[in-house]
Each structure stands twice: as structure tokens, then as C-alpha cells.
Design a protein around this ligand. Structure first.
Ligand code: SF4
Length: 993
């Protein structure tokens, strides 16, 4: 039995670690002593964390000593992936001396992967590779300056650029590592500046998921949870290598396997996840829709689909079936490489072992037809009746710790917090929430630009480099902020270097200088045909880590966890909210930033120990996120409820995530019935006590029990066919046991429910709907009194008529290794304006075929994660414990492909791509990839085409491990709907170095 920690039931008010830590600690230690001895302390901590639980010393007798020694245990969450593993940080006199995985966490059950086990390194001051103080690039070298100087110079330049070119000359790359509160603040900050030109990591990891999945059934998020996989009878990993990218999630997968679930991996690589699976099948990168249609072909042919479910809850499946039945086994084999028997085996396993689930990550999303791939996965699950059931669903693994939350409420170019769009009504809604005057805000935008989606992070370089008359805004981009984002996670590195050199202003806000600093400082290549901007200014501003502030983060399963501040910001770093406020003061919108209007100030300001001010993040959660995000149910997760969950993790069930009972000793809050982290949607205000929604669209539960149904977001009828769910398919106990539209004040009145609102609620709800009624009255009455869903009850859409391909189609990648298939399955036509930029599809693909690119570059180049590092890798490659584990970047190459090229294992090779870039990496000769494919992990940076970039980092702040960034060499290519970049399928040649 793998999961054993539930054997000790009952409410234990003190964190277990607090009762046990003092035996492992010395007496009071001041900061200086710690610095000298940190290596020893680290070793002790590491050792203690490996002890079995029952070997950690007894606690009770030592509690007094703990108090005298001023030792505190701060509960936080690992920042390195979306699983959400909890960490207990032991802090002695302000120094973080030890860490433990939280044994009580229903998510990680006392486990951490290598990254989580070493997060304390972010709190180290000895040997730190952090960015320690503000810096400016002067004559090719970074020089120290004060915060006042930096803020002053940067803001003056920003205002000058704004005056000359308008607000859209600025682009802010936000972060998926910001907390929900920081993300929401940054989203607001950019709008107060007067632009929609902001984006973040989610664009280049799951934007296709968000768009594709939301347009299928309502919300663009993981439907179930890692824990819920324990209810699955078959788990198909298609586009995910969870064993490396989300290691602790495998606890739940493997437990399911121990309980009899079949685990299947379909992937171009034999991954570490495949090593744990029952079955592995190799497919060609970029052929995903073909594989999924191949599966559905067998499902339809054998009648394995859930006809009743489809009839009641799905629109358009017949239309999809027409396309699917063209994918006969011979066509599927030609496109994917998988035999009829292989595809049928997977289809049969999924169909005959229900509930079955499909797991994906960037293997599905990062393609030029990513939106079609994820929709095909959704359709597969709809056909099998697997959506809205425990053990089923689409388990979509996010990457960073808060990429889900940053997407939900953060700096997106096409939406305000909570996915409110850019219509005037949405801005008015948020102006009320922010306590900002709408007309003032409107005046901040360039004429006509307020409702126009901004440039995406995947294309900011084109916002700089594209001809001005081809872009859909007045100025080209002149200033860019990298606010917690790695440039090497983006494609087309050669062009990015050029774009950086052409800017007037480049600002990095980050705990580490990141590859941006080195790229910006590195002189342009001698043969590069462009002139750098001689007036460019580059600044680096040290941001605090998430361990040096508090705030909430949303794990991939939509559970929200509150992090306590572990330590004060190190060196001269400041919290992101402090930096945002400081700029707001300089740029003239400080009052609006804290919601100061009509004698009211929404956000309190906290004076920090160092004298500067920052907004109170609990206020941000309470008054802004809870106050405004009604669309996605971020309204019920008050700080008080979240903090009670963090203190009482032990009461939540490992499989269901539900608290069967228990009261928080500190506040008396009754946890009974809550799901851990109140996974959104958690509707109504906190007083409604909605428990959160562990599995989306689950009709077998009452809505006040976390149940639901598909969203009525696409009208009620299409071509004479009802889009509402069939009779009898509403969520359990609903007063309306049939399909119904979303609720507004009119529908409430028609149904005779209006008088169930209080007078105060009526006053607020008049003329509003369930998304804009700030009183929460509409949601309360609909949910609690009538068991209905505020967003209505509709069918999911197999046909998304507002997308370029209403039925998902296979389309060959722009850099396809199969020109013969390009003729049959061409990409889209070029688009004149997409997210403000011209976007090429067919012209690139046609040119590649005409130039015979696939003959010169015959190997498919794909990329992915390693367990040791995260994202662009600057944090983790600066961590000495992790750096020890993986010291070189490499290319996985099949023995045949290696032998054909005279390449031996562990030799340096050049990976060359059609962009003209070349990467010097080590060869890892392995049958993990087929002879036609090579794989390079994407966490590396710090080498540039064979040259170590060490001289261009600020002194003492270069990552320990540096290597070639694969994205220096990746090619052009974007999803037709979201501008997701193509990183999974391009072409290359490999040669001995
Ligand atoms: Fe858990 Fe992910 Fe952190 Fe590893 S990286 S400890 S799996 S949250």
C-alpha cells in the first residue's frame, strides 16, 4: 500500500514538524552564525528529511525550548511545478535553517522531488547566485545602483517613450511564478498604464488548452485532480512526461496502477513515465490529431462510445464522426507510425476500463495546431462519457507552481482577471472592483485600443522587428519588462537577441538575472545584419522569491494554497508588489493602484522593515480576487478559509480531497465538507461556504457538494438544434432537471426566485447577471436554494464553430519531415493580423517544401523537461544541490542515427537547425528516441552557439550550470488560435563537434 499517512486520523492542531524540530536544531543562532555554518545545517536538514516519520524524535518535551529559541515553522508550497507540494520551513531567528515535506499534505503526502527538497537554497545567502541589488548595463558591464536611481531612471524613460509613442510601445512579460495576488495586481498595473500588451508563461505552455478546452465545455482547466487518478481504471499519458515534469503526481498514478489501473504512454520518446507504464507506443511528433482520430475510429467502429451520454450532453459528435471515419488504420499508420493493432489496443483499453482519463502537458499544446489536438482529446473523453466523472476527465498538467492562477487572474493580453474579456462592460466591472474611475482608465489607453487583445509573449519580438505598417497598433514595441520570466523558454532565440538589441528600454525584474541579462549584455554577432539601438538602457531589479512574501497559488487541480512568508527578502530584493507600487508612484497611478477614490482606499499599505511600502496581499485576495472573479468561482476562497486549510491538511482525504470533519483550532472554522484548497470554482462569497469543485461538470453531485454540468456559454441554439443539455442530465438535486441558460436578474424574476434575494442583494443584482452581481446574491439563490448552476446547463461542443477548424483537423507542422503529407494535410493560410501581428503559416510551410528543408535537416527536433530543473532553469541551475545532478545539456539520439553520423555517446555534437543556429551539446546515445527523432531538454541557457556567456552575467550571479538553450535554434511557428509557439516539432541535423 503506497499511501499510508491516513492511518493517524484526528485533528492535530500543531503542525507535526513544529513538535519535532528542536532536537535537530542548535540553540539560538543569529544570522551571521548561520552563514558560517549553513553548510552543516543544510546537511542536517537534508538528513532529517530522509528519516522515516517514525524515527523523527519525540516532540512534546521540547516545545518550551522551541519557543525560547524563537524557532518558527512556516508553511509554504514548492515553487517548481504545479503539483503543489507543501513545505514546512524551519526558521530560526529569521534564518531559514531546515525544511521538511509536509506529511499531512493530501497532495504530496510527505514526498518531494529533488527540486522541492532543495527550495531552501533560495533562502541561502552563502554562495548565492541571486541578483543582489539593482544594476544597469554600462559599457557592456552590469554596474550597481540604488533602488531610487533605478526607479527614477526607468520611470523617466517609460514616460518619455509613452509621450513619444503612446502606451502600446511597452510590453510587460509577467510571471507564472507570481502569486495570485501579484498576478492580479500586475494585470491591473498594465491596464492602469493604459495597454493590453502583457502576457505570461501560460501563452507558451497551455494557451491552446485554455482556448480549446474552455470552448468545448466551459472552463479551460484540468477537470479532475492528481489525487482523483486513484479512481481511474486506465490512464493514458499522451503529451506528458509526468515522472520528470510533475514527479510527485506519480504517487497517485502509481497508486492507481497498484490498484489495477492500466497506465499507457504514447509519446515520441520512451520517457521515465513510460518506464513505469504497462504499455508504451511510439508516435511521430506532430501527428497527434491523427492518433486521436485513429483511436476514435476504433471506438466508433466497435460501438464503444457512450451513446446515451453523447445524446444528452454533447453537441456535434456526428459531425466529428464524419471526419474520424476518414482515419482508417492505414492512413493513421502512415501519419503516426502506429500500427492498427497498437492504436486499437489503446482505444480498447480506454473504452473497456472506464472511468479512464487522459493526461497531457506540453506534448499536446506546443504545436501549430495545438488547439485542435487538445480539442480532439476532449472529444475522445466525451465520446467515452468520461468527463464529469471521478477517475475520468482530462487531467491537464500545468507547469509552474502558479501558472494556473496567473492564467485565471493575471496579466493576459485578451482578458481581465477571471477571464472577463476586454469589452467595455468587463472593464466597468473591474473598475468597480478596483475602485477606479472607468472614464479615467479609458483615457489611459490609446484611442480604440482598449478592447483590442494585446501582443502575446510568444511574439513580442515581432512587435519590435515587424514593419510598422504591418502591425495593428501605432508604435512598434520600444520597451519590454521581463518580470519573472525566462527568455530561453521562447522560440527563435537568434531573432530575440536582435529584438533585445533594438529596444530603447529592457528591464528584468527577477530574483535571478536570468538569461535575459546575459543575452542583453552579449555583443551582437559580427556577421549579424542589424544595427543595435545605441540609446538602449538595460536594468536588472532584484525581486524577492515566493518564500520572501506571502500569497496564494493555484495548483494544477485548481486547489488554492496560501503560502506564509518564510523569511524577509534577501539582499536588496523587494517583493513584486512593492516594485509594482513603487513604479505606480513614479508613473502617476499610485492612487488607482491601491483603489483610492471617494474617500475609500481598497488596499492597505504595509511599511516594510526597510522603509518602502507594499500593498497588503490579503486585501488583494479579499477585495479584488474574491471581490470580482465571479465567473470562475475565485470568490469563496477567503484568506481565512485558505489559511485554515493549510493549518489542517491532515483532515483532507487523499483520494477525494474532502474533509470529513474537523475544526480549525485557531479560528473555529468548520472544515467539514470542504475540498482541499477549495478548488475553483468555489462559488458565492465565503459565507456561502461552497466547498470547491474537485471534478468539474460532475452531475452526480449537488452543486453545493462540488457538482456541476457543462456551461451554457455559446448560446442556447445553433442551426435549429438546442445547445442545452437534455432532460434528466442536470446536476443532482437541481430544481431545474433539464438544460437551462445562464442566470441573470431576468431569469430569476421569470422563475419567481427574485424575492429570495435580500433587499441589499436586490439593489446590487438589479440589471446584473451571475458574473457581474457583486453581492453574490444571484449565485447564492441559484446554488443554495435551488441546486442549479449559475452558468446554466448545456451540452459540451464537439464542434467549435468559432474556430478556424470547427472540427479538429490534422495539419502537418510547418517544418514537417514528410513533404508528401504536407500536400494532403497542409497548414492554415497566412493571417494578416492575429493578436496585432501578421502571422505566417502556409508560406513558411510551402517554402520549406520547395527548399527541401527536410532533406537537409532530416531529424525531428523535439524538447521537454528534466526532473532536476524547471522552466528556463535559472533558479534551479543556480541551486548547488540540483546543479550537481545534471551538469551538461545534451541531445538524445538513437544509436542508428548516431552511428550513421559517426557520433559516440557523451561526445560533443552540433545540433543545427534551418534558422542557421547551432547548439553545442553532448550526445546521449539512446534507444529512448527513434532513428528519426532527437530530443533536447529546454532548461538550459548560458551558452550561445558554443560560447560560454559567463562574461555577460553580473559578477557572481551567473547560474552554476550553463548550457545551450534549445530555443536559440528553434523555428517559426504558432497556433492558429492562440499563437502558442511550436517547440515540439521542428527539424535539425546533428554533426560531430
Ligand atoms: Fe512537488 Fe513539483 Fe515541487 Fe517536485 S517540483 S516537490 S513535484 S511541487
Amino acid at each position: 500500500m503506497l499511501l499510508t499517512r491516513k492511518s493517524s486520523a484526528g485533528v492535530v492542531p500543531q503542525p507535526r514538524l513544529a513538535r519535532n524540530l528542536s532536537g535537530a536544531l542548535a540553540r539560538t543562532m543569529d544570522r551571521r552564525a548561520f552563514l558560517k555554518r549553513s553548510g552543516v545545517a543544510a546537511g542536517a536538514g537534508a538528513f532529517a528529511s530522509q528519516l522515516p516519520f517514525n524515527l523523527i524524535g519525540k516532540a512534546e518535551a521540547q516545545e518550551k525550548q522551541v519557543a525560547e529559541n524563537k524557532v518558527e515553522v512556516k508553511r509554504t508550497v514548492c515553487t517548481h511545478c504545479s503539483v503543489g507540494c507543501a513545505v514546512d520551513a524551519v526558521v530560526e531567528n529569521g534564518v531559514w535553517v531546515r525544511q521538511e515535506p509536509v506529511f499531512d499534505s493530501p497532495i504530496n503526502l510527505g514526498s518531494h522531488c529533488a527540486k522541492g527538497a532543495s527550495v531552501r537554497e533560495h533562502g541561502m545567502t552563502e554562495h548565492s547566485h541571486r541578483l543582489k541589488y539593482p544594476m544597469k548595463l554600462v559599457n557592456g558591464k552590469y554596474q550597481r545602483l540604488t533602488w531610487d536611481q533605478a526607479l527614477d531612471e526607468i520611470s523617466k524613460k517609460m514616460l518619455k517613450i509613452r509621450e513619444e509613442s503612446g502606451p502600446d510601445a511597452l510590453f510587460i512579460v509577467g510571471s507564472s511564478k507570481h502569486s495570485n495576488e501579484q498576478s492580479e495586481l500586475l494585470c491591473k498595473w498594465v491596464r492602469l498604464w493604459g495597454s493590453n500588451n502583457t502576457d505570461h508563461q501560460a501563452r507558451i505552455c497551455h494557451s491552446t488548452t485554455v482556448a480549446g478546452v474552455a470552448n468545448t465545455w466551459g472552463y479551460g482547466a484540468m477537470t479532475n485532480s492528481y489525487n482523483d487518478e486513484q479512481n481511474s481504471k486506465c490512464i493514458l499519458f499522451f503529451g506528458s512526461n509526468a515522472a520528470e515534469a510533475h514527479p510527485v503526481s506519480m504517487l497517485h498514478t502509481l497508486h492507481a496502477k497498484e490498484s489495477g489501473a492500466k497506465v499507457i504512454v504514447v509519446d515520441p520518446r520512451f520517457t521515465r513515465t513510460a518506464a513505469k507504464a504497462d504499455m508504451y507506443f511510439r508516435t511521430r511528433s506532430g501527428s497527434d490529431v491523427a492518433f486521436l482520430w485513429g483511436m476514435l475510429y476504433h471506438i466508433f467502429k466497435n460501438g464503444w462510445e457512450d451513446k446515451e451520454y453523447i445524446q444528452a450532453r454533447v453537441y456535434g459528435m456526428e459531425k466529428v464522426k464524419e471526419e474520424v471515419m476518414k482515419w482508417t488504420p492505414d492512413v493513421v499508420q502512415d501519419v503516426t507510425g502506429l500500427s492498427e493493432q497498437d492504436v486499437r489496443t489503446v482505444a480498447e483499453a480506454m473504452a473497456k476500463n472506464r472511468p479512464s482519463t487522459i493526461v497531457w502537458a506540453m506534448g499536446q499544446t506546443q504545436h501549430t495546431n495545438g488547439n485542435a489536438i487538445v480539442r480532439a482529446s476532449c472529444i475522445l473523453q466525451l465520446a467515452l462519457g468520461n468527463v464529469g466523472v471521478a477517475g475520468g476527465g482530462t487531467n491537464i498538467y500545468r507547469g509552474h507552481d502558479n501558472v494556473q492562477g496567473a492564467t485565471d487572474v493575471g496579466p493576459n493580453p485578451d482578458s481581465l482577471p477571471g477571464y472577463y474579456g476586454l469589452a467595455e462592460g468587463s472593464f466597468k466591472h473591474w473598475c468597480r472592483v478596483w475602485n477606479v474611475d472607468f472614464e479615467w482608465l479609458k483615457g489611459r489607453f490609446a484611442p480604440g485600443m482598449m478592447g483590442k487583445p494585446g501582443i502575446t509573449v510568444s511574439r513580442w519580438i515581432d512587435g519590435v522587428l515587424e514593419k510598422n505598417d504591418l502591425i495593428d497598433q501605432d508604435p512598434n514595441l520600444r520597451a519590454v519588462f521581463y518580470w519573472g520570466h525566462a527568455p530561453n523558454s521562447q522560440t527563435r532565440g537568434l531573432e530575440m537577441k536582435m529584438a533585445m538589441d533594438k529596444l530603447d528600454l529592457l528591464v528584468v525584474v527577477d530574483p535571478y538575472p536570468s538569461a535575459t541579462a546575459a543575452m542583453a549584455a552579449m555583443p551582437k554577432a559580427a556577421d549579424a545584419k542589424y544595427e543595435p539601438n545605441p540609446n538602449r538602457d538595460v536594468y536588472l531589479l532584484p525581486a524577492a522569491t515566493q518564500f520572501e512574501t506571502e500569497g496564494s497559488a493555484t495548483a494544477s487541480n485548481r486547489s488554492v494554497q496560501w503560502r506564509e512568508k518564510v523569511i524577509e527578502p534577501l539582499f536588496e530584493s523587494r517583493s513584486d508588489q512593492a516594485i509594482m507600487y513603487a513604479f505606480a508612484q513614479k508613473l502617476g497611478f499610485a492612487d488607482q493602484f491601491v483603489g483610492k477614490k471617494d474617500g475609500k482606499q481598497q488596499l492597505r499599505l504595509i511599511k516594510t522593515a526597510k522603509g518602502y511600502e507594499e500593498p497588503n496581499l490579503e486585501d488583494v485576495l479579499t477585495y479584488e480576487i474574491n471581490g470580482g472573479s465571479w465567473t470562475i468561482g475565485y470568490t469563496g476562497q477567503s484568506p481565512e478559509r485558505l489559511q485554515a486549510h493549510m493549518r489542517n491538511m491532515h483532515v483532507f482525504d487523499v483520494k477525494t480531497l474532502r474533509a470529513k470533519g474537523g475544526k480549525d483550532a485557531k479560528t473555529g472554522y468548520d472544515l467539514t465538507g470542504d475540498y482541499f484548497g477549495l478548488p475553483w470554482p468555489c462559488y458565492g462569497n465565503a459565507a456561502l461556504k461552497h466547498p470547491g469543485s474537485p471534478n468539474l461538470y460532475q452531475t452526480s453531485r449537488h452543486v453545493m457538494d462540488g457538482g456541476g454540468n457543462f456551461r451554457a456559454n455559446f448560446g442556447v441554439e445553433r442551426d435549429g438544434v438546442s445547445l442545452l443539455a437534455a432532460d434528466g442530465s442536470a446536476s443532482k438535486g437541481a430544481d431545474l432537471p433539464f438544460g437551462y441558460p445562464e442566470f441573470d436578474h431576468v431569469l430569476l424574476k421569470k422563475l419567481g426566485w427574485w424575492d429570495e434575494l435580500t433587499d441589499a442583494e436586490k439593489k446590487e443584482a438589479e440589471g446584473k447577471n451571475w458574473k457581474t452581481d457583486l453581492s453574490g446574491g444571484i449565485q447564492r439563490v441559484v446554488l443554495k436554494n435551488h441546486g442549479c448552476h449559475p452558468f446554466g446547463n448545456a451540452k459540451a461542443r464537439a464542434v467549435v464553430w468559432n474556430f478556424p477548424d470547427a472540427v479538429p483537423l490534422h495539419r502537418e507542422p510547418l517544418y514537417s519531415p514528410r513533404p508528401d503529407l504536407v500536400a494532403k494535410f497542409p497548414t492554415h493560410d497566412d493571417v494578416k493580423v492575429l493578436w496585432r501581428l501578421p502571422t505566417l503559416f502556409k508560406s513558411v510551410q510551402d517554402k520549406n517544401v520547395a527548399d527541401k528543408v527536410s532533406e537537409k535537416f532530416p531529424l525531428i527536433l523535439t524538447s521537454g523537461r528534466l526532473v532536476e530543473y524547471e522552466g528556463g532553469g535559472d533558479e534551479t541551475r543556480s541551486n548547488p544541490w540540483l546543479a550537481e545532478l545534471q551538469q551538461d545539456n545534451f541531445v538524445e539520439i538513437n544509436p542508428k542515427a548516431a552511428a550513421d553520423r559517426g557520433i559516440r555517446n557523451n561526445e560533443y555534437v552540433w545540433v543545427k537547425t534551418p534558422t542557421g543556429a547551432r547548439l553545442k551539446v553532448k550526445a546521449k546515445v539512446t534507444e529512448g528516441v527513434g532513428p528519426d527523432t532527437v530530443f533536447v531538454p529546454f532548461h538550459f541557457a548560458g551558452w550561445w552557439q558554443g560560447v560560454d556567456m559567463l562574461p555577460w552575467y553580473p559578477e557572481g550571479a551567473a547560474p552554476i550550470v550553463r548550457g545551450e538553450a534549445i530555443n536559440t535554434a528553434t523555428t517559426y511557428g504558432y497556433d492558429r488560435v492562440t499563437l502558442m509557439q511550436e517547440t515540439k516539432t521542428t527539424l535539425c541535423q546533428v554533426e560531430r563537434a
